[in-house]
Design a protein around this ligand. Structure first.
Ligand code: SAM
Length: 343
């Protein structure tokens, strides 16, 4: 039983504030109510003197402790040594958290997952990485270790909703700024070739910002194409975005030669192998956004060299218009973006 102050519903809010001011409100319990009254848990010794209060004893539910970090939530559940092994950064995509569990913490993975859900209340599923990003589709195996057994979720970004399946198609929330940056450059009437389009995050960001454009979005992974089609419908961009299933090498030279005002190449590993297709599709003045994983310190030089060589092979000129580090990938490697115009 917990000591409480009993107050009529209409007076409850004013009294609650007074109790908090006086330091008499007991935050460790959830207040109770019936049809007429609210019962606030109190510390009797701190009750304001001179106030007429109706006291009662009530069975109240203890308030669940709120943790501010996964570390905090795991104190006492993991040893200090185990806590040292914890990988602290993880992605939250919609209501799914993707965590990394080192082998040394395998036996504690459910505790770690529950701690993630306690701290991030919007998370309904915790999945652990069960392998590296692999294959041409750039997908990775994941294993759900807590919460709802599913790998699909809805992610919101730059005003659009998109369905994502973390097991079946590549998606990274870490490229959000990059999508906004490119969408901000697009002008009315442009014809845009979104290569390696995945579930459509780049086309969606552009269409939201500038719907009066034509976007051809090419993607090889059938699951990603299915989700991209759903996402185009979900956001009513059927007139702006055309999802095209298939291989860039096959589709671009046949259907898009000399077509594009802007080309997106977000395939960090191996995008240079498709630069020939990009030059074939580029109108004079076309802007190309080229992505590359390179060694820290010389990644831009490496990316520029690949672009120069491909331009020479295609008999075109490429002029650099911008470059930026998109994100560090490992201590030795970073992802960079090179923007260039084609003549
Ligand atoms: C790194 S992901 C980028 C996906 C998307 N742009 C995003 O930011 O979420 C690269 C995508 O390119 C696709 N891909 C790989 N080779 C391809 C090809 N030859 N033609 C079309 N798509 C390809 C993969 O299936 C994958 O979805």
């Amino acid at each position: 039983m917990v000591p409480c102050v009993k107050v009529k519903k209409q007076d409850a809010e004013a009294l609650r504030r007074k109790l908090i001011e006086a330091g008499a409100f007991e935050p460790g319990y959830v207040p109770a109510k019936d049809e007429k009254y609210v019962f606030f848990p109190v510390r009797k010794a701190s009750l304001p003197l001179g106030m007429k209060l109706s006291l009662a004893q009530k069975r109240l539910l203890p308030r669940k402790q709120r943790f501010h970090s996964v570390d905090e939530a795991l104190k006492g559940k993991l040893s200090p040594k185990e806590l040292e092994h914890l990988t602290r950064s993880f992605d939250v995509i919609g209501d799914i958290a993707i965590v990394e569990i080192p082998d040394s913490l395998k036996k504690k993975e459910r505790q770690v997952a529950r701690a993630v859900m306690e701290v991030h209340r919007q998370v309904k599923t915790v999945a652990k990485k069960a392998g590296p990003m692999e294959g041409v589709f750039r997908t990775r195996k994941v294993k759900v270790i807590a919460g709802e057994r599913r790998t699909q979720t809805v992610y919101k970004e730059h005003g659009s909703k998109m369905r994502v399946d973390v097991a079946k198609a590549y998606f990274s929330p870490r490229l959000s700024f990059e999508r906004k940056r490119i969408a901000g450059q697009v002008k009315k009437g442009e014809k845009i070739l979104a290569l390696f389009a995945g579930v459509g995050p780049f086309p969606l960001a552009i269409a939201r910002r500038q719907p009066n454009v034509e976007i051809a979005a090419i993607e090889l992974n059938p699951d990603a194409v299915r989700l991209m089609k759903e996402n185009v419908k979900l956001n009513n961009f059927g007139k702006t975005i055309r999802p095209i299933p298939g291989d860039v090498h096959e589709i671009v030279p046949k259907r898009f030669a000399g077509w594009a005002d802007r080309i997106l190449m977000p395939l960090p590993k191996g995008a240079h192998e498709f630069l020939g297709d990009a030059f074939a599709a580029a109108k004079p003045g076309c802007i190309v956004h080229f992505y590359h994983f390179g060694p820290v310190g010389s990644s831009f030089a490496e990316a520029r060299k690949l672009v120069r060589e491909a331009a020479r092979k295609a008999g075109r000129k490429a002029e650099l218009t911008g470059e930026r580090v998109v994100r560090p990938y490992s201590p030795q490697t970073e992802q960079v973006a090179i923007d260039f115009s084609v003549q």
